[in-house]
Design a protein around this ligand. Structure first.
Ligand SMILES: [Zn+2]
Ligand SMILES: [Zn+2]
Length: 175
């Protein structure tokens, strides 16, 4: 269990915490993303009476598909990792569940460990929802012939221009 914050042993102060997980442990099941190496997370964890605040970041080497040319490529994805745990009495939990926001979790008082794997999975997916490009200047796929224009040129656009200029060409030929 790699992304497990040991609340019980946290000092009542700020402490640096680091976590590493294998892709198998993270078990990300999401179409279009493959985690290809260790996922790392680190951050400053502040513990006060009934609250634990995690401020840090995580990184994951992923294999993703370019949204323009559909080629697979690898990239080290980095993202902010921030979440807040608030410990509440067991009987308060249900009322608070509706108020739970993305990065705020209510957990029962006395909870010893908090597994934030799911939080990382969600963050990974969010980070990839912005259409990934294999490179800034990716030329994509020709909509006419389907060739990957990063690899080879095609003549489709040239032909189109020719057609558009045909009447003018005729005119010029006649004069
Ligand atoms: Zn591309
Ligand atoms: Zn083409």
């Amino acid at each position: 269990m790699a992304f497990v914050l040991n609340i019980k042993d946290l000092p009542e102060d700020v402490s640096r915490q680091e976590f590493v997980s294998t892709p198998e442990e993270l078990a990300l099941d999401y179409e279009g993303i493959e985690v290809v190496g260790d996922v790392c997370a680190f951050g400053d964890v502040t513990k006060s009476n009934d609250q634990v605040i995690f401020r840090g970041e995580f990184s994951a080497p992923v294999k993703i598909t370019c949204s323009r040319c559909a080629e697979e490529f690898e990239r080290k994805l980095k993202s902010e990792l921030v979440f807040v745990l608030t410990m509440v009495l067991e009987n308060e939990l249900q009322d608070l569940e509706e108020e739970t926001l993305e990065d705020f979790y209510f957990i029962p008082e006395g909870t010893q460990e908090f597994d934030f794997s799911e939080h990382i999975r969600e963050q990974l997916i969010v980070a990839l929802e912005m259409k990934p490009l294999c490179r800034e200047e990716c030329r994509g796929i020709c909509p006419d012939c389907g060739k990957n224009l990063n690899i080879e040129e095609c003549i489709c656009s040239e032909e189109k221009i020719d057609e558009r200029w045909l009447p003018l060409k005729d005119l010029l030929d006649r004069s």
